[in-house]
Design a protein around this ligand. Sequence first.
Ligand SMILES: Cc1ncc(COP(=O)(O)O)c(C=O)c1O
Length: 488
Amino acid sequence: MSARIHDFLVGKLDREGSETLQRQIYRIIQDSILQGRLPVDFKMPSTRSLADQLQISRITVSLAYERLTEEGYLYSRPGSGTYVADTLPQTYLPAKKVEEAEYTAALLSRRGLAITSRVTGLAKAGGAFVPGVADADLFPFHIWKRLQNRYFRKNHMELTGYVEHGGYRRLREALASYLYASRAVKCRSEQIIITMGTHQSLDLVAKLLSDPGDSALIETPCHWGAPVVFSAAGLAAQPIAIDSDGACLPELANDANPRFAFITPSHQYPTGNIMSLQRRREWLAFSDARNIWILEDDYDSEFRYDTEPLPSLQGLDTKHRVIYLGTFSKVAFPGLRLSYLVVPEPLADAFSKGMTQLYRPGLLPVQAAMADFIQEGHFASHIRKMRTVYAGRRSLLQKSLLQQFGSKIQFSEGSAGIHLAVTVTPKGIAREMIRRAPEFGLTLRGSYQLDATVDDDLLVLGYGGIKEPDIAPAVQRLRQLYDSITAA
Ligand SMILES: Cc1ncc(COP(=O)(O)O)c(C=O)c1O
């Protein structure tokens, strides 16, 4: 079977050409499926054996398989392997599928094609290790329902219209006090802009503070959303490296003029590094000297399990260069779509107007309920409870990983958040584990690198969505997955 694929690949690969080998493998397999030469349910060779036969790196084959799987050409079968998917009836599949893809591509703008071509953020069903998922099961819905009922009624007609630039006033006030107490963020409530998710926060920043053709610095690895939003706004992304002190200061040419630097100083996503105080000061001086806005994404520092968090960069900023981003996705749940920006005072009015001009925001009754949730102390007690729950899961996950993997994995730094980043050996295996995870009932993610060909061997293991009794069995399946690849 595998000889068949190998045969037609080997004759067609152009090793000297400008098209990458990964792209060529993707295209040749895709064409073969569309033309019916690889039938439905055909078992694909393992990435290792195909890489060996073609004498190329396994990562190259893995990336091509990954993309074909994401796009629905291939699928994984538990405990078995990778197969050609039954995308369309075979008789008319070739022409129809090609036609469809071409038709959709023709409908989209260049920007639309770029946004939809490397899809990374589709919500997967829950399960062991999905990163970024909070345990909504433990959210106090009985309290939330009571608060919500207060505002979805006729005696709160002020919440039914278009008003409230920048968000519901009481929520902005509640957040200003909370952020000062918990993160040393210094702001007036007018500087807080309520948004519907971090993507919208970034989009607003990009639209109001940059023009198409500008550039943005982005730490890498990073949250996948930032590059998508920035590139859709016409910005070119420039990667910033990270080290154990957090995002490194880039060396910029004198005439380079990036508009922003997107960084996660409190808890680098996903490695967990915490930016040192010294590095924070350097970033502030750098941003002031080069007129760069720092976008400080502080997405989960409510959950720290060892030391107190360092004060936010925003709290140290005396030059109005830091824009602070927060979200309720981790402390409550992502489906709320409630997040916020803290902008420097001189930008407050423009951001509030920009929010209305661009998005005509709403959900005022939900914002009112959240204001009460914070002011009546439910928010703080939920965070306290979840901190204990997540700390327990984290330490159990570490213990189980150590038992099952020993020195084959290394934990990243920091003790915070709701995911654990681990480096796995041997080189290249992490990607293969991610690809084959569904066969073992797992959902695995790696880190998002701006350059997709960089493989940092990282697995990002979320523990927000997995209960303690399920952790050890899931890690056992992780080990079986690992073994099935190393034995192949
Ligand atoms: C680094 C980082 N920032 C922010 C967020 C929150 O995004 P949102 O507010 O859209 O849920 C996430 C979610 O996973 C994240 O990983």
